[in-house]
Ligand binder design. Sequence first.
Ligand code: GLU
Length: 276
Amino acid sequence: MITRFAPSPTGPLHLGHAYSALLAHDMARAAGGAFHLRIEDTDTERCRPEWEALIFEDMEWLGLTWEQPVLRQSEHLDSYNATLLRLADRGLLYPCSCSRSAIRAAMSAPQEGVPAAESYPGTCRPRPMSDRKPGDALRLNMAKAVARTGPMTFTETGPKHAATHRVDPDRLVAEIGDAVLGRKEIETVSYVLAAVIDDAGQGMTDIIRGEDLWQITFLQVLLQNLLDLPTPRYHHHVLIRDETGKRLAKRDDARAIRTYRDNGASPEDIRRMVGL
Ligand code: GLU
């Protein structure tokens, strides 16, 4: 088993991250496998070196060990862009001058489900790549993409959706639609694409992560298919929620691992709090 914890350094790690990291680490150790830490810092506007430093401190404090070297995505932008251009050369991408917030959203992992396909009306779909203007996003033409793939399946072992799932092309078109994959002029790729490239490049056999990334898995399996990359096994774990049932957010400093550390909690206390 080769698995990873892949945080984005956009804020302090909280109990939800601790659960994800501990679970992936424990599952890898139990299987005699490898556990990686990957820094997903392609969103240069939101990622900060101080948050990255805190990730290492928190992980060490939790008693975790991981493979070296640590992959930092910001050091591999050229290779992500080469992949993006390969998709463009196959006629699968088009430039889109959609709103900044849509582009912004694609740069990081979705937090509460993926943006619905119907929220994008397809205005720019007929535009050729040669018409690309500064500031344009690059969108995947989903209808064309699904026409280029064979049957797609993946295995999920998490508590909620455990089964072998078929990726239905019609649902990809209707529910995910023309996803934003990049933003060429500032050399930034979306979270979905960078993660797919690295999961394959690092030989991940198992992706262990929060249930908030369940829906995006269907898009990631499609991208693996388009790029001839292997599909790993997936395990989406339950999310750690606050007393009101809300998913913990990065700005929720009260549940930051650092705050527990500063208040004298032990790594065992954290394990207990997340139910491990
Ligand atoms: N970087 C993503 C996040 O912080 C995790 C992506 C993944 O595990 O696939 O939510």
